[in-house]
Design a protein around this ligand. Sequence first.
Ligand SMILES: Cc1ncc(COP(=O)(O)O)c(C=O)c1O
Length: 450
Amino acid sequence: MTVLADTWCNILNDFPAYAKRGPAPRNLETARGGRNADVRPQMTLELFRQSNQADCAEIPIPDPVLELYSLYRPTPLIRAKAFEEALGTTSRIYVKFEGQNAAGSHKLNSAIAQAYYFKKAGVERITTGTGAGQWGAAISWACSRAGLDVTVFMVGVSYRQKPLRPVMMRVYGAEIHESPSEVTEVGRAARIADPQCLGSLSIANGEAIEIARSIPGARFAVGSGENHVLLHQTVVGQEALLQMKEIGDFPDVVTACVGAGSNFAGISFPFLRRSLRAGKAVRIIAAEPVACAKLTRGIYAYDLSDASSTTPYVRMMTLGRDVVVPGIHAGGLRYHGTSPLLSAMYQDGLFEARAYRQLQVFETAVLFARATGLIVAPESAHALCAAVDAVREAPAPISVLANISGHGLLDLSSYDAYLRGEMDDGLPDETMIARSLSLLRQRNEYAEAI
Ligand SMILES: Cc1ncc(COP(=O)(O)O)c(C=O)c1O
């Protein structure tokens, strides 16, 4: 039977308090000259509503979006029996595989929706930042379908590690820049500050925002973090709920990796709702890299989400915007912060988090590939690590669902580096983390003190 979800799960309806996001303390803004005051709103009205409304539990997916979803949805939900055997566990491990679409990852779920809403609002060009390039590829194709131009800034270290992703974006018609670039003030400033700069999502997004503000008819679109992006990704969990029901199982544990949080929210929110409403306990685990452990090592503080210094401060789990994250191959997980909504939920104990070293991530990914044939994105392999931990730590057999957010077929150079023994654990510079957290604390203490 084909299982198609036709609504997004609005978790704000279950937790209306999270919809009321207060402004950052005023003196944080004035300390940087209050520059955010002149930011032209980047979201369309409908996306803004989706980000803030708590009154309806299910949001119908518009027909044109459903039509494009039907090119690749429902995505497979499979039991990874050979992986279970390789691990020697009697627990059941299911994976939801979001890598089976043209663009290669879950990012397409929001890209299609955002391109639809932006086009409907009369926007002509989308600008955006992308880490490993999965979001860039997805939004490039979605914009091409919607008849929108697109400018993508891709984080430099990933641009060099995964040179075929920029090609993919160009094939879809995008204009693409390696970030930091020479075409924006934000990029030039980052290059002057550090000529060897690896790049970061914060800089790439900052560059994209600068361009969006300078071209009439252009808007900045974001691939994660904001509530509307998390909402669009819930199609994954909505579908997985139906598929698990069809199989006759319900997961004890759900795992997913966290960059800013969209695929994690996407798979987990519908299960969290079911658990709350139907009294079925579910443990939700977020998996992050040790290289950028914002949930397990960061603090809950006001911080900037990008390097343009024009967007408002948001309260989130963060390592601080001054952090320099090692150039790990899971480029999509190198973002210093976390979605504000997920950060608040994490503070309230609604889910757990674990951090994994790069070598363990690839060891697990290779084991999984040999068992199932699926070569997963390095980001997604973090979710497998959390699934393995969950079954190993369980006193009795359990059922685990891991979200495989994307395929790793354009990440083969990373697998190659691992197999050749040329990969390290991607450990962060402790002095730099301490410095970034200290700066973050100082800014927040200053804000509270006045
Ligand atoms: C395959 C894949 N998974 C996960 C992520 C992390 O993003 P998010 O936290 O929004 O799911 C990315 C980001 O680029 C990605 O490419």
